[in-house]
Design a protein around this ligand. Structure first.
Ligand code: FAD
Length: 470
């Protein structure tokens, strides 16, 4: 064996694969990625179903983090398509531009509502000049930026559908998810006088022509080409420890026990699972306090070549079960057969919600009803449906989440050679470009000889500034 240091990465989603890819590329580490599922990619994978290549909801490659798109272009080259972004919001039976523009809203909502939105916004603007307190919740953040009428019309129902009661959400949720401009800039944008920038709205994006899952696949190929390994069907059973370091990972690979020595352990698996593996099953996990929402995806297959003009459309109104719909063939028509299409309807819910308790048939029926009502398919065009569920995929930043995360970090940082990455692994509401950035950051800093705890704390600060760009 070489003198390379061993890094074991838990989880083969884009978070785990990114860190594996950047570490393997340095030539200094032997990388082993351990994935529980039979396939790699996690939520960034693609899968085959009924003649289609499907993603887990709308996934685009876009980034405002310097250098990240260059890294992805270098990795994927000709495997990427460049697409102009087309996405809107469905409101009161009409499609309106998203991010919102008042001119566009006016024609759809009528003069009365339009005036109400304008007055609401002007009132908030005036309050802004009167030294108002910084926002304490998602609700206050959005009202201060857009005014109460616009908040109640669009942002409150959409946020409630995705994360639950916005008054109990940390303002950080809004900062990470919504273009952060304020004051005059918002007015100018709403009036359509000032354009959105690349920082707030992607005009184009990249998409792997073979399906989004080709991005994690390309990373896997590079890790393997550099002598690393990416193993699937792995059940991690525990760790061997010397004092405060993990010395090796015990796992069953395809049912066979194996031990993986590690100088560094990087985890992208759920935090409470990791915590229990380290401190023992009987212990309570600080990470249990963190809140998540479950994800549901309903794919509706229909007998028509294309159903939408957009790649994806947001649905804030509560009468629709979904908060977004996405047509796979808008990314690349070759991902499905001619004369047929599929629309993926996504939404989130809590463990104790009626949606989570509902049968797949009931959810599918509600999704189809919504699509028919919105006019994107007719009932007799619908051929069949597929319902997929994923537990705890949406971090929900409640008002205390910063303190909760500090407690988790303090506990896990007792392990000196451990680092966290990814969306679930680091409890960060993020996209794949952020996962790429995390992987690159970890690799650069470990290679520079910095102790993991320093890298961890700096990464946590970096991650806190990430923004999702629509
Ligand atoms: C509807 C939707 C739309 C999105 N749109 C976009 C978009 O447009 N652009 C974008 O870039 N991103 C988008 N994202 C976000 C993107 O999917 C995530 O940022 C990304 O998938 C997070 O990757 P991850 O590796 O952190 O987590 P995951 O994908 O969850 O990967 C974690 C991996 O760990 C594995 N694992 C779990 N437990 C164990 C264990 N005990 N042992 C070993 N392995 C384990 C899991 O099987 C999984 O493969 C979207 C997400 C959703 C749901």
């Amino acid at each position: 064996m070489s003198e390379k240091e061993n890094v074991v990465v838990l989880g083969g989603g884009i978070g785990g694969l990114s860190v594996g890819y950047f570490l393997a590329r340095t030539g200094r580490y032997h990388v082993t990625v351990l994935e529980k599922a039979p396939v790699i990619g996690g939520l960034c994978a693609s899968f085959e179903h009924d003649g289609f290549t499907l993603d887990y909801g709308a996934h685009k490659i876009y980034s405002v983090i310097p250098g990240v798109l260059d890294e992805i272009r270098d990795l994927m080259g000709e495997r990427l398509l460049t697409l102009p972004k087309k996405n809107r919001l469905f409101l009161r039976g009409h499609l309106v531009d998203y991010p919102l523009k008042l001119g566009n809203l006016a024609s759809v909502l009528g003069f009365g509502t339009f005036l109400k939105l304008g007055i609401g916004y002007a009132l908030e603007l005036a309050r802004g000049f009167a030294n108002r307190q910084p926002p304490r919740s998602y609700e206050e953040y959005m009202i201060q930026r857009f005014g109460r009428p616009a908040y109640e019309l669009v942002f409150e129902p959409l946020a409630d559908k995705v994360w639950g009661d916005p008054a109990t959400l940390h303002p950080e949720m809004a900062r990470a998810r919504v273009p952060a401009s304020g004051g005059l800039e918002v007015i100018l944008k709403l009036l359509g006088i000032k354009k959105e920038t690349a920082e707030t709205n992607a005009e184009f994006f990249y998409y792997p022509r073979a399906g989004f899952g080709d991005l994690p696949q390309a990373m896997r190929e590079e890790i393997e080409a550099r002598g690393g390994q990416v193993l699937v069907n792995v059940e991690v059973q525990g760790f061997e420890r010397d004092a405060n370091r993990v010395r090796s990972v015990r796992a069953a690979v395809d049912g066979q026990p194996q031990e993986f020595p590690c100088d560094y352990l990087v985890s992208s698996i759920p935090l409470s699972l990791l915590e229990r593996m380290i401190f023992g099953e009987g212990e309570s996990a600080a990470a249990d306090e963190l809140q998540f929402r479950h994800l549901v995806l309903v794919y509706v297959f229909a007998k028509r070549d294309l159903a939408l003009e957009d790649q994806w459309i947001f649905f804030p109104e509560r009468e629709f079960i979904f908060s977004r719909i996405f047509e796979q063939k808008q990314m690349n028509p070759e991902l499905g057969p001619e004369g047929r299409t599929t629309i993926c309807c996504d939404f989130t819910c809590d463990e104790d919600s009626w949606q989570w308790a509902a049968s797949d048939d009931e959810l599918a029926q509600k999704a189809v009803e919504g699509l028919v009502k919105a006019g994107f398919v007719t009932a007799d065009e619908v051929e069949n449906t597929l319902v997929l569920r994923r537990r705890n995929f949406y971090p929900r930043y409640d008002l205390q989440y910063v303190e909760k995360m500090k407690a988790v970090d303090a506990r896990l940082q007792q392990v000196e050679n451990l680092l966290l990455t990814g969306r679930i692994g680091m409890y960060n509401y993020n996209n794949s470009d952020h996962c790429v950035d995390m992987g690159r950051f970890i690799a650069e800093n470990l290679t520079a000889g910095r102790p993991p705890v320093e890298v961890w704390n700096d990464l946590a600060q970096r991650v806190a500034a990430y923004k999702i760009v629509d």
